[in-house]
Design a binder for this molecule. Structure first.
Ligand code: ADE
Length: 229
């Protein structure tokens, strides 16, 4: 079983790259892929860059070049719900592309034409195993829809729009692109994100870099735990 792990920023992947045993490195399309084992599990870890297009390039490369059986997207997210506070964990049941919108043509907002769904279902077993790892770490966790778009959300109105339109629990910028690629390739995926901000007007302010670093670290701790159980 080969597992791909994708994070957008170095702070979201460096701690995982560092624990890959017998690592071999290769750069494809500008993305470094670190392949090896973690606790005897075959993995390939990559930092894809920010946003849906970079995430899609990375996921498709993992599938075609490394033959991954499943992909986990790790990193940070803004919370959209009361259940998730700073440094809590969001685990995907499904992902949506909140900035996909062909509604003027009569489609529901978020519909991905071609596959004709709004919510891309995540792998249940994988999400459940990650939830077990989070419980082992005594982390507060919520399972639900994670919304992705090419926007850093720092606005209460936009936050409310995404929450109310898609019933999403957290927002970020890559998960649904990875889910979309996995869906069309029939590869299992899950998104796990640690909350770094409230996606409101305070989201990008002075505390963000430190919270982002702490949240990114916790998300990687959870992946490490996942490979231990
Ligand atoms: N990643 C972390 N926080 C985010 C936010 N508020 N919007 C989009 N992506 C994020």
């Amino acid at each position: 079983m080969m597992t791909g792990i994708i994070g957008a920023m170095s702070v979201e992947t460096d701690a995982l790259k560092a624990i890959v045993n017998n690592a071999t490195k290769e750069t494809v399309s500008g993305v470094e892929f670190v392949r090896g084992t973690v606790n005897g599990h075959e993995v390939v870890v990559a930092q894809c860059g920010i946003g849906k297009v970079f995430a899609a390039i990375c996921a498709q490369t993992m599938i075609l070049r490394y033959g991954v059986d499943q992909i986990i997207n790790t990193g940070v997210a803004g919370t959209l719900c009361d259940e998730l506070g700073l440094l809590d964990i969001a685990i995907s049941t499904a992902v949506v592309e909140h900035d996909m919108d062909t509604s003027p043509l009569g489609d529901p907002v978020g519909l991905i034409s071609g596959i004709n769904i709004v919510e891309i279902p995540a792998a249940k077993k994988l999400a459940a195993k990650i939830a077990d790892a989070a419980a082992d770490l005594k982390k507060k966790t919520a399972l639900g829809i994670i919304a992705s778009g090419d926007q850093f959300i720092s606005d209460t109105e936009k936050k409310a729009y995404i929450r109310n339109t898609f019933h999403a629990i957290a927002c970020e910028m890559e998960g649904a692109a990875i889910g979309h690629v996995c869906y069309v390739n029939d590869v299992a995926f899950a998104v796990i994100r640690c909350i770094s901000d409230n996606a409101d007007s305070e989201a990008g302010t002075m505390e963000y870099p430190e919270l982002c670093r702490r949240a990114a670290k916790q998300s990687q701790e959870l992946i490490k735990k996942f490979f231990e159980i």
